[in-house]
Design a protein around this ligand. Structure first.
Ligand code: ZN
Ligand code: ZN
Length: 471
C-alpha cells in the first residue's frame, strides 16, 4: 500500500502524495514547492535586491539600507484561485523567516490587489478576512490589501467609441461624449460579446491593464503573477489560437521592465516551475482550499483522495473558451506527459518579439500590446469580402426579405453606424487579436478609455482587515 510507505527525502514521515513519480511527505513537499518559488525570486540581481534584507556595508550607510528595504514593494494580484493563494503562502513563509532571523526586519513589503465585480464583493471580503485571520494571521499587519472595482477601468477616464468595419477590417474611433455613456460598465461590454472567448479576451485585457496601471501608479518594483507552469502553457497555446502570438515573448519576460504603460516595474512568475496539480495538492495538504473562490482544487496527486468526486463544472466542449480548451488539454496530460507542459513553457520563454514591419514603434490602442504588423492589411490580403451581386428578380426578392428579417435589420443598423464612422471617425491602430475580438461584439462597436485610466485617483480602497473576536 502506497500510503504506509515512508518519504524518500527524509526517510521518516509518511507519504501523502506522489508527484513527478516521487513520493513526498507533507513537509518535504512544502520545501520542494517553496524552493522552486524562491529560486525564481532570487533569479537575478534585480529581484535579489528586492527580496534580500539589506544591511549597512562598504557602499551603503545604515539609513540607505533601511530605505532600500522600505522601498522594496511588490504587488501580488490575488484572484483567489489556488495558484495565487499558494504563491502568497510561500511568500508569507519567506517573510516570517526573515522577521524571525533578522529580528523584526524584512527585505520586502507585499501589497495585495483584488479586482472585483460588485456582485462578488461580499464573498471576496469574507475570504480575505478569513485568510488573514487564519493562515496568514501571525504577520497580517505586514500586508496592505487593495480592492479595485473592475468598472474603475471605464469610470476614471474619457471614453471613445471604437468601431470595426468588417468589409475592410479598418478600426476607427470617435469622440463618445455625445453618446452620454458615463454609465458604461464592464458587464455591459461583456454582455455584447457573441461568444465566451471574446468575453474572456476582453475581460483579460481589462484585468491585466488594471493591475499594470495600479503597479505603475503605485511605484511597485515588481508584480508577482501566480501562474503555474500548466497555466503558462495554456496561455501560450491560447495566445497562438487567438491571433496574439506576437505577445508571447513579452508576456513571459521576467527580465525587462514592463513597457505597457512606460512602467518602472518588472514582472515575475515565481510559480513557473510548479504544475497546477502540485499547487492544488499543496492547497489540500495545508488546508487552503477554504480560501479559494470560483475554483475547486483537485486532489489528483494525493495518496488518500477524497471519496466524494471533485465537481469541476463540466461544460460542453462547444461552449468552452479557447483558454478552457487549452486548460482541459493540459489538465489531461499533466499526469503522464508533464514534460510536454514544460517544453511548451520553455519554448515560449525562448521566443523573442517578431520583426517590426511597421515604420514606427506603436501599440494597440485597445490592448496596449506592441504592434509589429498591420493587422487590417493582412486580413484584407487573406480574405474575400465582396458578396455576389444581385443578378435577377429572384435574387432581389430574397434580398428584400432578408433586409426585413431580424438579422437584416441588425445588419442595416450596423451599416448605418459604419457609414457614420467612415465619415467622422479616425483610424485607430489595433492589433490582429483585437480586430478578431471586435468582430465578435454586437455592432462591432465598443466604448474604450481614450487614454489609460487613472486608477489611483478614483478607484482605490484599502481593505481594512478586521480582527476576529477570539483574539
Ligand atoms: Zn519527507
Ligand atoms: Zn490589441
Amino acid at each position: 500500500m502506497a500510503h504506509t510507505a515512508k518519504c524518500k527525502r527524509c526517510s521518516s514521515a509518511q507519504v501523502v502524495l506522489i508527484s513527478r513519480k516521487e513520493p513526498f511527505c507533507a513537509e518535504c513537499f512544502c520545501k520542494f514547492i517553496s524552493l522552486k518559488q524562491r529560486k525564481q525570486m532570487m533569479s537575478d540581481p534585480y529581484f535579489q535586491d528586492i527580496f534580500k534584507v539589506m544591511y549597512q556595508d562598504k557602499v551603503k550607510s545604515a539609513e540607505e539600507a533601511e530605505k532600500l528595504n522600505a522601498e522594496s514593494k511588490v504587488l501580488v494580484p490575488l484572484s483567489l484561485g489556488s495558484s495565487s493563494i499558494v504563491m502568497l503562502d510561500v511568500l508569507n513563509s519567506t517573510l516570517a523567516e526573515q522577521l524571525e532571523t533578522h529580528r523584526g526586519k524584512a527585505g520586502f513589503h507585499v501589497d495585495i490587489l483584488v479586482c472585483y465585480f460588485e456582485k462578488e464583493r461580499r464573498d471576496i471580503e469574507e475570504r480575505l478576512t478569513s485568510l488573514f485571520n487564519g493562515r496568514l494571521r501571525k504577520n497580517k499587519h505586514h500586508y496592505k490589501v487593495h480592492l479595485v472595482d473592475i468598472n474603475a477601468f471605464f469610470d476614471s477616464s474619457k471614453l471613445m467609441r471604437v468601431h470595426l468595419q468588417d468589409s475592410n477590417y479598418v478600426v476607427r474611433y470617435s469622440d463618445a461624449s455625445s453618446d452620454h455613456r458615463a454609465d458604461y460598465t464592464v458587464d455591459e461590454l461583456l454582455g455584447t460579446c457573441s461568444n465566451r472567448s471574446a468575453r474572456e479576451d476582453l475581460l483579460n485585457v481589462i484585468r491585466t491593464a488594471t493591475i499594470k496601471l495600479f503597479a505603475s501608479h503605485g511605484s511597485y518594483k515588481a508584480v508577482l503573477w501566480g501562474h503555474s507552469m500548466t497555466r503558462l502553457a495554456d496561455e501560450i497555446i491560447s495566445l497562438v489560437v487567438k491571433g496574439r502570438a506576437s505577445q508571447i515573448a513579452s508576456s513571459m519576460d521576467d527580465t525587462s521592465f514592463d513597457e505597457t504603460f512606460q512602467s518602472s516595474f518588472k514582472n515575475l512568475h515565481p510559480m513557473r516551475d510548479v504544475l497546477l496539480s502540485e499547487i492544488d495538492a499543496y492547497c489540500h495538504i495545508f488546508d487552503l482550499t477554504q480560501y479559494t473562490y470560483h475554483y475547486t482544487p483537485q486532489d489528483t496527486l494525493l495518496v488518500e483522495r477524497s471519496t466524494i468526486p471533485v465537481v469541476t463544472g463540466s461544460k460542453l466542449t462547444r461552449n468552452m473558451t479557447i483558454n478552457e480548451l487549452a486548460r482541459q488539454y493540459f489538465d489531461n496530460i499533466e499526469g503522464n506527459y508533464s514534460n510536454v507542459i514544460s517544453t511548451v513553457v520553455r519554448t515560449g520563454a525562448k521566443l523573442d518579439d517578431p520583426k517590426n514591419n511597421l515604420p514606427t514603434v506603436s501599440r494597440c490602442r485597445v490592448c496596449n500590446n506592441k504592434l509589429f504588423k498591420d493587422g487590417s492589411e493582412w486580413l484584407r490580403q487573406i480574405t474575400v469580402n465582396h458578396s455576389h451581386p444581385i443578378e435577377n428578380e429572384e435574387d432581389q426578392t430574397l434580398y428584400d426579405a432578408w433586409t426585413e428579417s431580424e438579422l437584416g435589420k441588425i445588419r442595416g443598423e450596423y451599416l448605418k453606424l459604419t457609414a457614420e464612422m467612415e465619415q467622422n471617425g479616425k483610424t485607430l491602430s489595433t492589433c490582429y487579436g483585437c480586430i478578431l475580438t471586435l468582430g465578435e461584439v454586437r455592432h462591432k462597436n465598443v466604448y474604450w478609455p481614450e487614454s489609460p485610466p487613472n486608477l489611483l485617483r478614483d478607484a482605490l480602497e484599502e481593505f481594512v482587515l478586521t480582527d476576529d473576536e477570539e483574539e
